[in-house]
Design a protein around this ligand. Structure first.
Ligand SMILES: [Fe+2]
Ligand SMILES: [Fe+2]
Length: 130
């Protein structure tokens, strides 16, 4: 994939992640456990794919902040896996604080770490990673 193709994927993924986060918050407010489970599994798959795409872009552009950025991805994905494992046995009320914290972390990551990467990529290739 070229840096431009990576960037296009990342921009689309960010919109999808923001949409899933909004739907998850709504399901959480309604206490809809069935919908939460399916949305959280969808979010885990999307985050895994998305982080791999961003990490590939970081390699392509030799990003100097890659290690710290990858560590944030790994922590978020690990948290989400634990939430999804817990949801098999626990009810929504038990895991909802972790869900809320994860959604906040995922949005904060897009605003902070991803925008820092974006500035690096646009400064080095003239592209914007969203
Ligand atoms: Fe991202
Ligand atoms: Fe990221």
């Amino acid at each position: 994939m070229t840096p431009k193709e990576h960037v296009d994927h990342i921009v689309r993924d960010h919109a999808e992640i923001a949409d899933l986060v909004a739907r998850l918050r709504s399901a959480l407010e309604r206490g809809d456990q069935r919908e939460m489970k399916s949305l959280l599994l969808a979010l885990q798959m999307l985050e895994a794919k998305h982080y791999a795409t961003e990490e590939a872009l970081m390699r392509v552009v030799a990003y100097d902040g890659a290690e710290a950025h990858r560590a944030e991805h790994a922590t978020m994905l690990d948290t989400l896996k634990r939430i999804n494992e817990a949801l098999v046995w626990e009810n929504l009320a038990t895991v909802s604080p972790q869900v809320v914290a994860h959604l906040e972390a995922a949005l904060a990551h897009m605003i902070d770490a991803d925008q820092t990467l974006n500035r690096f990529v646009s400064g080095n290739t003239g592209l914007a990673a969203g």
